[in-house]
Structure formats: C-alpha cells, structure tokens
Design a binder for this molecule. Structure first.
Ligand code: AMP
Ligand code: MG
Length: 423
C-alpha cells in the first residue's frame, strides 16, 4: 500500500503549497498505474463508432479498386490526340456510367462519354472535362492540351491491398466507419467497453423532486459525470448519493468495486470531519492522497479498490469537471486501449486581461469566439469559483494558465483546450 498523506497545514486558499504535486507528475503516476483492458469483441461497423480498435486492419484489396473518372467528361486514349491545328475531333461511341461501365475496346478517333466514378473503358487513359468540350451530334471538339491524366483516379490511391490502414488503439470516428465500409468489412474487433461506477457523497445532497431544507442542494455532480462518461461511451453504474458515514461509504465501495473497472466518487475528498473517502479507501484498498498544484481541484484521491482504479474527486462541481477531464478521462482512454490520449490544445490571443496568483496551474473557463475580422480569441467567462457550475456551462474551452503565471494581458497568447471539435 502506498500512501502519501499531505501535510494539512496550508489551507486550500493558499496558492503556493510546498506539499502539492505538479499536474504532470500526478498524470504520470496515474498513467503508470493504469492496466489496459484485454478483452476484445466483434461489432458491426456502425456500432464501432467511438470504440477503440483492438487490432490493425489491413486492406483486403486496393481502394479504389478500379481506374475511374474524377470528372464528368469524355474518356479517350492519349495517343488519339493528334492534330495539326491544336483542335481534336472525336466520335462518341457510348457512355460509361458509375456502376454501368462501357467495356468495348475503342478504335482510333473514338471516345466515350464518362461520368464521375465510372470505370475507365479499356484502352483509355485520359479524361477531357465536359466544360472543355463542344458537342455536335455524336462528335466532340476540344483543345489538344485539355485532356489530362489527373482527371483519372487510379486503383489504390486511397490505400493499397495489404496496407495497414487503421492501427490498433485508434478511437474510431465517422471517417473510420466509412474506411471500413470501403474495404467491404461488416464487422471489426474492438476493445470491450469500460465499466465505470460512480456516486456522490454528502448529507446535504438531495435528489431532484425532493424539497430543499436549509443548506441542502441538489446533487449536480452525478449529472455532469453521467454526461462526461456517456460521451466516452462507457457502461455506467450510477450508485446515487451516499450519506457521509463510514459504513455507507464502505458499502458503496464494495458494491462499486464488484462490477466496475473504475470507481469515481465526488465530495468528501478533503480532510474535513465528514470526509471519509481517503480513510475508507485506505482501509479497503490502496490510496494516494494528493494535493495537486492546480485550481480548481486541488485534492485528489487516487488508488485501487480490488482490481478497480479509484478516483476520489473533490465535491465542488467545477472541480469535478476539471479533474475528470484532466485526470480521469486520460486514464479511461488509456485503460480502454487508446494509443493516444492527448488533448487538443492551442494558443489563442486573450480578448481582455485576466489575473492569477502564482503557485498553481489554473484551468479557467473561457469562451472562444471569432471576431468580424476572422480572428479567433478567447475571453474569461467571469467569476471562477469552483462552485459556479454555470461558468462551465457558459464556456467552450479551458484557459490554462501555467503555475508561475500572474495572469495575462489583452492580446497575449494563452493556452486553451477546446471542449469539443467536430461531433
Ligand atoms: P466536500 O468535498 O464534500 O467538502 O464538498 C465540497 C463542496 O462541494 C461543498 O460545498 C458541497 O456541498 C459541494 N458538493 C459536494 N458534492 C456535490 C454534488 N454532488 N453536487 C453539487 N455540489 C456538491
Ligand atoms: Mg461533503
């Protein structure tokens, strides 16, 4: 059992804390603890969206499989372009449609009307676009330098037979479903789905529909977690709200670890009187309790519960989301076999100055937008308290300010992590 209980003296309000761990170090330790899943299943390719490919997929044949036209126009043999005055006249002897090829051989002075995607007739090797052609009855006239081989698509231009087109560990996106279909594959092998159990802790938490007494709040964390986990396509086990007692926390731990690969709790994660997460995890599993030099989301309990990985996230909703995205999501992605778990980050100018105390990396909530000149910039969503969940709702990115930064001026480039790209 490894244990790293922190010196509790510096308060959560202090920005510099000698006992706190840098974000990168915590990420590294989590990555070292993750054991990727092994179990593989076959799914129909539509069902493979958002799943992780279990093995390399090699092309069974060239794609495209046949020479075909990239244009609507006329297919001909390069060698039939002979003329003294630079103008070519040819006879149209038939049409090659996409799916209905023209297969007869051509004689000198002949060409074939061809549609985009139609197979090139035997003996033809160039296409003249219909826009470059004058048509009169069954004859066409065009400039001798118009036909071109670049209007022809060759077998294997997308990929060749035997090429490894999709590699193990790839998270399958819409394009990949199309690539698999273009190979004629009905099914593909993917990693099994992760099973993630989660629960909230706190005596003040009420379920929707219950009246709120003084000091009560509705449990919002489980809804955010549901959303984040659903987007990751994991199987969810929602264990509800667990009261702040050792026995109830023990019971939840037992139930969660029996079924799940990963267990996530929120709340009760610091060192308050009713905070039992780290204590019970220590008793039932193995625990690392880290104060991480980040804001929000400083306390993070991480460890094992039986075979399951355990993440004890803070209670404040913004902290839950920030720590989920920064620590839990990369771990889940690694665990389900993804070969790359990096987050997309970019540097964007700040629309107006933001302040920050040095000593912690800050994940502020930001709004990326494009002004009338086409310039992208980012602005803070305003109040940044870790209980202000609306700051996440209003944001479309994190603004990540480094440990020692004291803020940034308008126009300065800051690092941002967009919440979503193409969906
Ligand atoms: P704790 O870590 O339990 O001390 O919680 C820190 C803060 O987060 C307190 O203000 C809690 O009321 C709040 N909190 C904890 N769990 C939730 C939850 N599931 N939904 C909304 N707020 C929560
Ligand atoms: Mg609590």
């Amino acid at each position: 059992m490894s244990q790293e209980f922190i010196n509790p003296d510096p308060s959560c309000e202090d920005d510099f804390d000698p006992n706190s761990m840098p974000v990168d170090a915590a990420l590294q330790r989590i990555a070292q603890a993750v054991r990727p899943l092994r179990h593989v299943e076959s799914v129909a390719i539509r069902g493979a969206l958002g799943r992780v490919l279990a093995g390399d997929v090699a092309a069974p044949f060239d794609v495209p499989p046949h020479r075909n036209s990239a244009r609507d126009g006329y297919a001909l043999a390069q060698q039939s372009i002979v003329s003294d005055d630079g103008v070519i006249t040819l006879t149209v002897v038939g049409t090659s449609w996409a799916g209905k090829p023209y297969t007869d051989p051509l004689s000198a002075g002949e060409c074939v009307r061809i549609m985009t995607g139609a197979a090139m007739p035997p003996g033809t090797d160039v296409v003249v676009m219909q826009e470059h052609v004058e048509v009169e009855d069954n004859r066409i006239r065009f400039n001798a330098n118009s036909p071109t081989a670049s209007h022809v698509r060759y077998p294997g231009e997308d990929f060749h037979a035997g090429d490894v087109v999709l590699t193990a560990g790839k998270l399958l996106r819409p394009a990949d479903l199309g690539v698999l279909a273009s190979m004629g594959l009905a099914e593909v092998k993917v990693m099994r789905r992760l099973r993630v159990a989660f629960f909230s802790t706190g005596d003040e938490l009420k379920m929707i529909g219950e009246p709120l007494g003084l000091g009560d709040i509705y449990d919002s964390n489980r809804y955010c977690l549901h959303g984040m986990l659903r987007r990751l396509g994991v199987e969810m086990i929602d264990l509800g709200v667990i009261p702040d007692t050792r026995d109830e926390v023990r019971r939840a731990f037992t139930e969660a670890s029996e079924e799940a690969d990963v267990v996530i709790s929120t709340g009760g994660a610091s060192v308050g009187e009713a905070d039992y997460i780290a204590e019970v995890l220590e008793e039932m599993g193995s625990v690392n309790f880290w104060k991480i030099s980040m804001k929000p989301g400083r306390p993070l309990t991480f460890g094992h519960l039986g075979d399951a990985l355990f993440f004890g996230l803070p209670g404040n909703p913004v902290s839950v989301m920030v720590t989920f995205y920064q620590f839990v999501q990369p771990a889940l992605r690694q665990m389900r076999g993804e070969s790359s778990t990096f987050a997309n980050r970019m540097r964007v100018p700040l629309a107006s100055a933001i302040k920050k105390q040095p000593g912690r990396v800050e994940f502020q909530r930001g709004l990326l937008s494009v002004d009338s000149t086409g310039q992208t910039h980012v602005t803070s969503t305003g109040a940044q308290g870790s209980h202000i969940l609306n700051s996440m709702s209003n944001a479309n990115c994190f603004i990540i300010l480094p440990l020692e930064s004291t803020g940034a001026e308008a126009g300065e480039l800051v690092e941002v992590e967009p919440f979503e790209g193409l969906v």
